[in-house]
Design a binder for this molecule. Sequence first.
Ligand SMILES: Cc1cc2nc3c(=O)[nH]c(=O)nc-3n(C[C@H](O)[C@H](O)[C@H](O)COP(=O)(O)OP(=O)(O)OC[C@H]3O[C@@H](n4cnc5c(N)ncnc54)[C@H](O)[C@@H]3O)c2cc1C
Length: 525
Amino acid sequence: MAKYDAIVIGGGHNGLVTAAYLARAGRTVLVLERRELVGGCAVTEEIWPGYKVSTGAYLASLLQERIVRELELERFGYHVDAKDPAFFSVFPGGRCLFMWQDRAKTLAEIAKFSRRDAEAYPAYEDQLERLARVVEELLLVTPPRFPPGSVLDFLDYLKLAGRLRGLSPKDVVALVKIFTQSAAELLDEWFESDEVKVTLATDGVIGANGGPRSPGTAYILLHHCMGGVGGHRGLWGFVKGGMGAVSEAIAASARAQGAVIRTGAAVRRVLTRNGRAYGVALENGEEIEAGLIASNLDPKVTFLRLVEPGALDPEFVAAIRNFRSEGTSAKINLALTGLPEFTALPGAPGPQHRATMHICPNIEYVERAWDDAKYGRPSERPLLELTIPTMYDPSLAPAGRHIMGIFLQYAPYTLREGTWDEIREPFGDRVIDLIAEYAPDIRSLIEHRQVLTPLDLERRFGITGGNIFHGEMSLDQMFVMRPVAGWARYRTPVAGLYLCGSGAHPGGGVMGAPGYNCAREMLKG
Ligand SMILES: Cc1cc2nc3c(=O)[nH]c(=O)nc-3n(C[C@H](O)[C@H](O)[C@H](O)COP(=O)(O)OP(=O)(O)OC[C@H]3O[C@@H](n4cnc5c(N)ncnc54)[C@H](O)[C@@H]3O)c2cc1C
């Protein structure tokens, strides 16, 4: 039987980060990826001839600077172009709002809707930045033991509290609020214009199982401010070569350190003996041994499918079953023969095509979109976030052609009536009709269309319930509670088996943090 020091099950970006750090520390490492390409949700796929599409994740910001630096990702081709403008929102009646990298330009735009909001915006942004800086320090740490059992455990909590030292009492209150409030409540405290509020609120509901008025969505908004591009916090950007280039760069860095990466190698079982993992069995029957195993798969797949049922305590299994991981997002990818013209800003190309383009005119619209999903219906009028990566990297499509990614909320995994296989294309048509209300020529530009419902995201990427974060990012499933209380330190009840994917702290997004933290814990032995 082949033998390695460590096996990483799954070649998503987090699994690759774990492999790269283990290899750098001198361990022999094997990554086993089910698909023919690495990257998991962060991939570039040529789904139509000449079109290289980021089928899942589409924007970068969260990947931790430290990982980029230590794994020398730029040497392996990683490059991000920061979006500018950041946002372009369209509203009924031909109005629109831009947000730019340049604060003065953004303030002038906000003032079109409310002078008061333009005055409030710098303080809002500065506060969010101060809070993000504190929370960001927790991303690359292992959560303390919970519930705490010894004096030493309590000391870990004190050390954490010490990180709040730099914050004013007002900011501490703001921090507590942001963990508990809804995105709408947070924004109501700062702004009066619905147009401004909804433009900022979208980050609070992306990937969330909740509407802008659901408690906890304010934190998701902050989670989206936890990174940057080229050292500039809060910026998001397009990766040259598509999102797969992030994963390819991490894979190249891991290989350069000696890691072996096998694709088309689906793992069927984690092999255990006397409560300890000693290897894996592949779908093709092959068995490979290792003293350390990391699973990049989500907690449900890892513990309910890969580990022998008898190897886990029933209480732990019940807790994993209760881990909420149904998604509400869908992605539609389009190949376009040209750029759509918005009624609100005719002409193409224009700065609007370089931004994330929002179709969701106000907070109530988004809340109603969520209301549909609560009762098992895809939103009648969903929140749409459109991006055109070919504006930054024309090599992704044939000359003169474009790719449009449509990320949308809400598409509940569990439908009350019918199946996603039945309603996939009619739902896709509805989304295109909605875009056509603001950009009437869109239909005539579509050359190809791919609709990925939550069921398709589950099938394609192997993520339970199509949840883009491997599990909801709600307060009861975060930090010391991720994936479940007592097991948030990357170790699992099976000795030698670790969790290195987004189902572990600090959660989802192309961040690399769970993979980094897991490698550190594995190296402690
Ligand atoms: C549609 C969509 C849009 C998104 N947009 C963004 C975005 O713009 N920006 C952002 O930062 N985040 C975004 N996200 C979230 C982000 O992409 C994910 O949270 C993150 O990529 C998950 O990474 P991971 O390494 O933890 O797991 P995954 O990417 O899920 O990787 C797990 C890997 O395990 C493999 N695997 C599964 N089963 C087996 C098996 N039995 N044997 C071997 N291998 C197996 C899978 O094929 C996969 O490669 C998006 C996600 C989706 C789905």
